[in-house]
Design a protein around this ligand. Structure first.
Ligand SMILES: Cc1cc2nc3c(=O)[nH]c(=O)nc-3n(C[C@H](O)[C@H](O)[C@H](O)COP(=O)(O)OP(=O)(O)OC[C@H]3O[C@@H](n4cnc5c(N)ncnc54)[C@H](O)[C@@H]3O)c2cc1C
Length: 464
């Protein structure tokens, strides 16, 4: 029997081959759409569906592209030619919350914010908090090792996952890692799967390490600076002083202007948000825990020493408005035009130098690149805006944008940094990965990939 017939016979209505559905999975949130076309999309309902798809795909040598919510920014979940896209977003149950052990067991399609809502009544929370948390899935967070505002203090996704159940390319179901907080039996294959972008296995269940909610105070500071270099120097000084801020978010002048325009258009966040008109940079600082007020005072001293003006938010509503302003950056950029959201990471002391590099690259290429940074961990998101003067088809990223991107990546690597801090390599950064890793690491990584997926059917054309 032909592959599609067998798939339909085995999985029935979970299999979709209609044009709108096939088109939906030809893109993600990167702004790029592939020319390639999948054969089918399968909406897996349970682990058995995932295994059935992979067994059949192995038998017929058909590529399989795992997909969560499709909010990725690197093309990792985008269909490849003749593939089956395995959409696990419907496997979205929270299976267990164990308050005593501070763990939860979840299916991969649980939306990150929905997990937070389920944990809240138990006084528990899961630290990974990508800016996309309202729309991304926990499985996607795991597959990309997602970060977010809080990860400088609370770690990236890998630090908050204890165990996984994973289906390999041949349909084998494995349990990797464990449910205990400690454990060193064998290689840490769960850690290897985290951040593997769907190239080694499909995550069908995860045991998550939680934190207990705290009634300790959170202190929020909003600070402005004459220029981004001063703000970057303040952020680097805060980190170098040993303060571990829960959030340390930096926005440059172009981002301040975009946010100001959003607010002026009446589309900004609710609440009493400060005007960022004419500001050279904005820094959002949050300290938490018992020492929060003292740490906030120390951070304010460093902000002032670097030439900034800052104040502690007077009440929770003002603090919430400051955080909402930061979270409104992406909608603000979207109003400027089509945007390629980039994602490099440098040692934290190199933040001022990386901002200089962004400025120089933006000027030389004549492209606006408003930049925000998770300054607490050196992760910058330069947002390359495609101006109306650069014609491009919908879903196309023009070469002039890649030329600027390439310089950004090389600048980050030259500063001791990396191509991608949290969004992943996917399709879009494949051409630069060897520049960072070198041929020996590339060769070893390909052997690891072959050990998991000898036929190379799992998310081919991604990462490697
Ligand atoms: C506005 C906006 C803000 C964002 N902010 C952040 C941020 O702050 N931090 C951050 O890290 N990211 C951010 N992202 C990127 C994106 O949301 C994250 O990468 C997220 O983790 C992807 O989750 P998803 O469910 O959408 O995965 P998808 O986009 O569907 O997939 C992403 C990758 O994971 C693989 N995958 C998905 N599910 C599975 C699974 N169950 N098993 C195996 N592989 C799987 C896919 O094959 C693909 O390679 C942002 C995106 C947007 C649009």
């Amino acid at each position: 029997m032909a592959f599609l017939d067998e798939l339909a016979a085995g999985l029935g209505p979970a299999v979709r081959t209609d044009r709108p559905e096939l088109d939906r999975v030809r893109t993600d949130r990167s702004g790029w759409t592939t020319d390639e076309r999948p054969l089918a999309v399968v909406h897996a309902r349970d682990v058995a569906d995932v295994q059935a798809v992979l067994r059949l795909a192995t038998e017929h040598r058909v590529p399989v592209v795992p997909r969560g919510a499709g909010t990725g920014l690197a093309g990792g979940a985008v269909a490849t030619e003749g593939s089956v896209v395995l959409d696990v977003s419907g496997m979205d149950r929270v299976l267990e919350i164990d308050a005593g052990n501070e763990t939860a067991v979840v299916e991969p399609g649980v939306v990150t914010d929905a997990l937070a809502a389920a944990l809240e009544p138990h006084g528990l929370w899961w630290p990974p908090d990508p800016a996309s948390r309202a729309i991304s899935t926990v499985g996607g967070n795991i597959a990309t090792n997602a970060g977010g505002l809080l990860c400088a203090k609370y770690g990236v996704t890998r630090e908050s996952v204890l165990g996984l159940r994973v289906v390999l390319a041949d349909g084998t179901l494995l349990r990797l890692g464990r449910g205990t907080v400690k454990g060193v039996t064998g290689y840490d294959l769960a850690a290897l799967l985290i951040g593997s972008e769907g190239t080694l296995g499909v995550v069908v269940e995860a045991t998550l390490k939680l934190r207990r909610g705290s009634s300790d105070p959170v202190v929020t500071i909003g600070a402005t600076f004459p220029d981004v270099r001063a703000a970057a120097a303040a952020a680097a000084a805060i980190t170098a002083s040993g303060l571990r801020c829960a959030a340390l978010e930096l926005m440059d002048a172009a981002t301040c202007a975009a946010l100001d325009a959003l607010v002026a258009a009446g589309e900004g966040p609710a609440g009493d948000v400060p005007s960022l008109s004419g500001r050279g940079a904005f820094l959002l600082v949050q300290t938490d825990g018992g020492a929060a007020p003292r740490e906030a005072d120390a951070a304010l001293d460093l902000i002032r020493a670097a030439g900034g003006e800052g104040a502690v938010a007077a009440d929770p509503a003002t603090a919430a408005a400051l955080v909402a302003l930061r979270r409104a950056a992406h909608p603000a950029f979207a109003k400027l035009g089509d945007v390629l959201i980039e994602d490099v990471c440098v040692p934290r002391t190199a933040l001022p130098a990386m901002f200089d590099a962004v400025d120089d690259i933006a000027r030389r290429h004549g492209l606006p690149i408003p930049t925000i940074a998770h300054a607490g961990d050196g992760n910058l998101h330069p947002n390359i805006v495609i101006p109306p003067s650069v014609p491009h088809a919908p879903g196309e990223i023009p070469e002039v944008v890649w030329a600027a991107g390439e310089e950004l990546f090389r600048a980050a690597i030259a500063l001791g940094g990396t191509l991608t801090g949290e969004h992943g390599v996917g399709v879009l950064k494949r051409r630069w990965i060897a520049e960072e890793l070198g041929e020996d690491v590339m060769a070893l990584s390909r052997r690891v990939k072959a050990a998991f997926d000898p036929l190379g059917i799992l998310n081919p054309g991604k990462v490697w």
